[in-house]
Write a protein that binds this ligand. Structure first.
Ligand code: HAM
Length: 432
C-alpha cells in the first residue's frame, strides 16, 4: 500500500504556533484590560450568520459581499444561505437587537475578539481567516463617543509598544448630505469615463463612492482630482466632525486628515478612520485597523433608530507591528529525567506536585542515556535537570543539575518532601 500523502491547510488559512500565540495573548490581554477601563463588556458571537445579514449591513456592492464571502447552503429544510462572518459589526447589531440589549440600557459598550473570513487573494498580512479585536458603542450619537474610541486606540498602541502608527480620519457625511456628494462624484466620474477601469464603470452606476476605493493606478490618478466629501458636508455633520477633532486635539491624539478615505463597508456615516502602520514589516497590507460611525445600521437591520460607532483591529497585522514583549525562548523551570522505567512513576509524581505548586516543569520518557536526556533539557532551555537514576531511587532523593553552570547537587531533592517544600527549593534554585 502506498504511503498516504499529507493534507495541506486550505489556501489562505494558516496555523498560529505557540511562540506567536504567546505574543497574541499579550496583545489580547492588553486590550481586555483597557476595555475594562473604558467600560466595555465582552460579547461572544457566532461565526456563522445568515448571508442576508452581511448583504444588508455591509452592502451588496462592496467587494466583501460581491466576491469575498465564504457562503453555503445549510442542510436544514429551508436550505438557509449562511456565511462565515467577514466582520463582526453586523453580528453585534444583530445580537443587540435579538437578545434585547437594545431595551436594557441607553447605551451598550461591547468588545469582541475572534476569527473573520474573507476570500481575498492571500499574501503577507492578508489571510482568508484572520483575527480581529473590535469594539462597538451603540446608542450614542455624540462626538465624545467617537473621540473616546480613538483615545482608546492610541493608548492601546502605547501599551503594546506599537510605534509608527498613524490614524487617518475623514467624515463621510450622512443621509442628508451624502446623496448630493454621490451625485457630484458620479458626474465627475462620467466626465472621466475614458480614464477609468471597467470595475469603476460599474461602480459609477451602482455606488459611485466605491470609486475612491479603486487601487488601479490609472483610476487613482483621476481620483486624486475628484471632489471630496468634506466640501459637501451639511452643517450638522460638519459640526460633529469639528467637535470630534477638537476632542482629539485636547487629548493630543495625533491623526492625519484623509479626505478620500471611504472604507470598504457601506454602513458608515460621519466619522470614518483607518489605522495605518508605517515601516517595512507589513508591506502593502499596512491597515491594522479601521472603524467609524454607522448611525443607520441598527434601523437597517430591523431595529429602532439607534446610532453606533466602533472599530476593529486586525490582530494578524497588529502582531507584526507590535514588538514581542515576552521571551518565547523561556523554557520550563525544570525537566525531570527518569533514567530507567522504574523511575517513570516517581518522576510523574514529582512533576504533578511541582505543577500543583505553580511551577512549569516537564517530564521526559525513560529509555535514553543521561547524556541524551541532558541534551533534551538544554534544547528545551530548562533551568534545572532533575535526575532520577538507580542511585536516586535507592536513596529516595533526586540529583539536580543546574544547566547553566553544569553543577550537580547530588541527592539534593527529597522525593517524599511535601509539595510546597519541593517547590520552595526549586524556586530558590532558579531564582523565581
Ligand atoms: P475592516 O477595515 O474591514 O473593518 O477590517 C478591520 C481590520 O481587519 C483591517 O484594518 C485589517 O487590519 C484587518 N483585516 C481585514 N481583512 C483582513 C485580511 N484578509 N487579512 C488580515 N487582516 C485583515 C471592519 O471589519 C469593521 N467591522 C470595523 C468596524 C467596527 N467598524 C465599526 N465597527
Amino acid at each position: 500500500m502506498s504511503k498516504p500523502s499529507a493534507i495541506p491547510a486550505v489556501r489562505g488559512f494558516r496555523d498560529i504556533l505557540p511562540e506567536d500565540c504567546t505574543h497574541w495573548h499579550t496583545l489580547e490581554s492588553a486590550a481586555r484590560e483597557l476595555f475594562a477601563l473604558y467600560g466595555f463588556g465582552e460579547i461572544r458571537l457566532p461565526i456563522l450568520e445568515r448571508s442576508e445579514l452581511f448583504a444588508r449591513a455591509v452592502g451588496e456592492t462592496t467587494d466583501i459581499v460581491e466576491k469575498e464571502m465564504f457562503s453555503f447552503r445549510d442542510r436544514d429544510k429551508d436550505e438557509t444561505a449562511v456565511t462565515l462572518r467577514p466582520e463582526a459589526t453586523a453580528s453585534v447589531v444583530r445580537a443587540y437587537l435579538e437578545t434585547g440589549l437594545v431595551h436594557r440600557e441607553r447605551q451598550a459598550r461591547l468588545f469582541y475578539t475572534g476569527p473573520m473570513f474573507r476570500r481575498e487573494r492571500p499574501q503577507r498580512g492578508r489571510y482568508r481567516q484572520f483575527y480581529q479585536i473590535g469594539a462597538e458603542v451603540l446608542g450614542r450619537d455624540d462626538p465624545l463617543a467617537d473621540a473616546e474610541l480613538l483615545v482608546w486606540l492610541v493608548r492601546y498602541f502605547d501599551r503594546v509598544g506599537a510605534r509608527g502608527v498613524r490614524i487617518e480620519l475623514n467624515s463621510l457625511g450622512d443621509e442628508a448630505c451624502r446623496p448630493a456628494y454621490r451625485e457630484r462624484l458620479r458626474q465627475f466620474g462620467l466626465a472621466h469615463l475614458d480614464a477609468l477601469c471597467g470595475d469603476c464603470h460599474r461602480r459609477l452606476e451602482r455606488n459611485p463612492l466605491r470609486l475612491l476605493d479603486c487601487k488601479v493606478p490609472g483610476c487613482r490618478a483621476v481620483i486624486e482630482r475628484a471632489p471630496v466629501m468634506r466640501d459637501s458636508l451639511c452643517a450638522a455633520c460638519s459640526a460633529h466632525f469639528d467637535e470630534v477633532r477638537a476632542l482629539l486635539d485636547q487629548e493630543r491624539v495625533p491623526y492625519a486628515l484623509n479626505l478620500r478615505l471611504v472604507r470598504g463597508l457601506d454602513y458608515y456615516c460621519r466619522t470614518a478612520f483607518e489605522i495605518v502602520a508605517e515601516g517595512e514589516g507589513l508591506g502593502a497590507q499596512n491597515a491594522i485597523g479601521g472603524g467609524g460611525r454607522y448611525d443607520g445600521l441598527v434601523a437597517m437591520l430591523g431595529g429602532p433608530d439607534v446610532p453606533g460607532v466602533g472599530f476593529a483591529l486586525g490582530l494578524d497585522r497588529l502582531a507584526m507591528a507590535a514588538p514581542r514583549t515576552t521571551d518565547p525562548e523561556l523554557g520550563p523551570a525544570a525537566l525531570i529525567l527518569p533514567l530507567e522505567p522504574r523511575a517513570v512513576a516517581p518522576a510523574l509524581r514529582l512533576a504533578t506536585r511541582l505543577r500543583d505548586e505553580g511551577l512549569a516543569v516537564g517530564v521526559e520518557p525513560a529509555g535514553r542515556s543521561l547524556k541524551a536526556l541532558l541534551g533534551v533539557a538544554n534544547r528545551r532551555r530548562a533551568r534545572l535537570a532533575i535526575i532520577l537514576g538507580p542511585d536516586e531511587l535507592a536513596a529516595g532523593r533526586a540529583t539536580v543539575r543546574d544547566l547553566a553552570s553544569s553543577v550537580d547537587r547530588r541527592h539534593a531533592l527529597d522525593l517524599e518532601a511535601p509539595g510546597p517544600e519541593l517547590a520552595r527549593w526549586v524556586r530558590a534554585e532558579v531564582g523565581a
